[in-house]
Write a protein that binds this ligand. Structure first.
Ligand SMILES: NC(=O)c1ccc[n+]([C@@H]2O[C@H](COP(=O)([O-])OP(=O)(O)OC[C@H]3O[C@@H](n4cnc5c(N)ncnc54)[C@H](O)[C@@H]3O)[C@@H](O)[C@H]2O)c1
Length: 313
């Protein structure tokens, strides 16, 4: 894994992955391609002198073909990562999330990239009640975004089978941590809650707050990507990336209030269209094949996220 490239490397997860890659002794060159639509230069500020940052759009095949020359592993994080946005503007999101992913795979084959690791999503499981979610369950996408991510997974497997490109799809569950943009209307719920907490305000929880998620701290996702890039068993495969637990939104807000020592009862608003009710990963496949073990738990991750938000104010 000498030369690596992260698409969407200026985003929340991509910028954490860039930091993780810079710490790897076998990595010589770290490149980023990002159109900065939701990513920020600030996210890479203190590592910018060690990273080659390219402003570019994954919808443009020629850009990718040029940048992938000499690259060994591509981590494909770039996407319009939002269920509501995909409902508002499905064509734009299709072009970025599906055509963009196709471009990444095609350019990888054409430039003889060895492996592509893809940010897939637990949204693929939809609303089916059975928990925890296993990779062999029938997908049930309930939004354009979920369809896009599922199409990406299928393209990955096809490119492995048809062209021998080593592909690995990681179905991220609910990722949270530093640099998740709390100001974005599409941001993760945990960073929105944390932002409200630090402002001394209560959040509005969509619905009754009993919907649950398998929250995973971003550094665990970085570990999963590094393992997926190296594992001999992984090519052509798909893995859940969660913690294997489940926390309701009401419990999240209770825990945050406890940690911060405040009492701010949340209000409740309408449900969000396209949202799934419960989500929890079975991570035994990732444990078995990748040796994946989420080492940073929910409370510890939450503490680190709050510390980062306080420091960045
Ligand atoms: N955050 C989560 O909980 C979560 C869960 C499941 C999957 N994912 C996936 O993980 C990946 C990263 O998500 P994130 O939360 O860091 O989101 P993010 O919005 O912070 O990062 C996405 C990055 O992609 C860039 N980008 C968007 N369109 C682009 C284009 N056309 N060309 C080049 N760059 C483009 C953005 O500028 C941004 O830097 C996405 O693929 C997302 O679908 C995230």
């Amino acid at each position: 894994m000498r030369n690596v490239l992260v698409t969407g490397g200026a985003g929340f997860i991509g910028s954490a992955l860039v930091r993780g890659l810079l710490e790897q002794p076998d990595v010589r060159r770290v490149m980023v391609v990002d159109d900065f639509s939701t990513g920020h230069e600030d996210n890479l500020r203190e590592v910018a002198d060690r990273v080659e940052i390219h402003r570019g759009d994954i919808r443009n095949y020629a850009t990718l073909e040029r940048l992938f020359d000499g690259v060994h592993v591509v981590f494909h994080e770039a996407a319009i990562a939002s269920v509501p946005k995909s409902i508002e503007d499905p064509r734009l999101c299709h072009e970025v999330n599906v055509d963009g992913t196709f471009n990444v795979l095609q350019a990888a084959v054409d430039q003889k990239v060895r492996r592509v690791v893809f940010a897939a999503s637990a949204a693929a499981y939809g609303n089916a009640p059975e928990l925890p979610k296993r990779e062999d369950m029938l997908p049930d996408p309930r939004s354009p975004y979920a369809v896009h991510k599922l199409a990406g997974e299928m393209y990955l497997r096809t490119f492995w089978e048809s062209y021998g490109l080593e592909t690995v799809a990681l179905r991220y569950f609910n990722v949270f941590g530093p640099r998740q943009d709390p100001k974005s209307p599409y941001s993760g719920v945990l960073s929105i809650f944390a932002d409200r907490l630090l402002a001394g305000k209560a959040p509005t929880i969509h619905g009754d707050g009993e919907q649950s998620r398998d929250f995973i701290f971003v550094e665990n996702i970085v570990q999963a990507n590094l393992l997926a890039a190296r594992s001999e068993k992984a090519p052509g495969r798909l893995y859940n990336c969660g913690c294997g637990g489940r926390v309701t939104l009401n419990q999240v807000w209770d825990a945050m209030q406890r940690v911060a020592g405040v009492n701010l009862p949340a209000s409740h608003g309408p449900d969000r269209p396209g949202d799934v009710r419960h989500s929890q990963a079975d991570i035994s496949l990732a444990r078995r094949d990748l040796g994946f073990e989420p080492s940073i738990g929910f409370e510890q991750g939450m503490q680190r996220t709050l510390d980062w938000l306080r420091a960045s104010k």
